[in-house]
Design a protein around this ligand. Structure first.
Ligand code: GLU
Length: 306
């Protein structure tokens, strides 16, 4: 695929293929498409299948069919993260990193220390000398395992600009770029690295996604800056919630497009999606006509079966 750096810029939708898209996913996809198209950008789709345990090719295929069925079109070929490992490797080679030998249990224990910051890597492996590293590496190797790689971050927080939320400052720690694991199996690339490398590759300068990922944006923007990539514009959109106020999930009944189409027409599903954005549009073209990024509802949408 040609690099799209000369194009006017692009938005994207980047689902993880671990199941069928539900109403909340579809609404975010629709918003990403609207934000891109209404600002003259290209729109790309990326299959985020680096989580090899949870991703399936069949789910990816169904997700793409669902997006097309809804009237969302995209430019260029769909990028699959499983084809991009060489690019992640190249990016990794340009980053300050260190090996981390900590098990999940080590990290949990260190996190209980009095000055630990919840959710942040406590940094046990950051300042080990070469002798200690060699010993820990050998200990892991004896178990058939290899260490994880972490970014040696030079900041502890970073600010991004979100079009709906204004300036947002969030924590940046020495987050993982490549997971540790069994020496004889491939190691998993971390989402934060993959997303930054792929957005740059696809010429993405507008990131639209659910607000549940807002707290990841400072890490990703910082990483983009370290790699010398432009930092995209962010638009973190409100989630779709269930009646109990929790994020909609497949446990909430018939919520995937495929389930909904057993009892509703596509037009009816689209009408509910449009209604969730305060519109009576009947298709994507109509919805696009009156769309303005700043009119995106700021409150979550509560899903109710129609
Ligand atoms: N693959 C992620 C998800 O499905 C989205 C990542 C992103 O939009 O940056 O939740």
């Amino acid at each position: 695929m040609a690099h799209s750096a000369l194009a006017p810029g692009a938005g994207r939708y980047a689902p993880s293929p671990s199941g069928d898209l539900h109403f909340g996913n579809l609404r975010t996809a629709l918003l990403a498409w609207l934000c891109a198209r209404s600002t003259g950008r290209q729109f790309h789709v990326r299959v985020e299948d680096i989580d090899t345990q949870r991703s399936t090719a069949a789910a990816a295929k169904r997700q793409l069919e669902d997006l097309a069925n809804l009237g969302l079109d995209w430019d260029g070929e769909v990028v699959h993260q499983h084809d991009r490992y060489a690019a992640y490797e190249q990016a990794l080679a340009r980053l300050p990193v260190y090996e981390c030998y900590c098990s999940r249990k080590d990290i949990q224990e260190a996190a209980r220390a009095p000055h630990a910051i919840p959710g942040q890597y406590p940094g046990a492996c950051r300042n080990l000398d070469e002798v200690a590293r060699a010993r820990k590496r050998a200990e892991l190797a004896a178990q058939g395992r290899v260490p994880a790689l972490r970014l040696r971050a030079e900041v502890s927080s970073f600010s991004i600009h979100d079009l709906l939320r204004g300036e947002y400052t969030g924590e940046v720690d020495d987050f993982i770029l490549r997971r540790g694991g069994n020496a004889d199996q491939g190691q998993d690339w971390a989402y934060n690295l993959a997303v930054v490398v792929d957005d740059a590759f696809q010429g993405v300068d507008q990131v639209v996604r659910g607000v549940d990922l807002l707290s990841s944006a400072p890490r990703q923007a910082y990483l983009a800056q370290v790699l010398g990539y432009p930092v995209p514009e962010y638009i973190h959109v409100p989630l779709v919630l269930n009646a109990a106020g929790k994020r909609l999930s497949k446990r909430d009944g018939a919520v995937t497009l495929r389930q909904l189409l057993k009892t509703h027409t596509l037009g009816e599903v689209f009408a509910q999606l449009a209604a969730s954005l305060g519109s009576e549009a009947k298709n994507t073209a109509e919805l696009l006509k009156g769309f303005d990024v700043l009119d995106i509802p700021r409150e979550p949408y509560v899903w109710r079966p129609q």
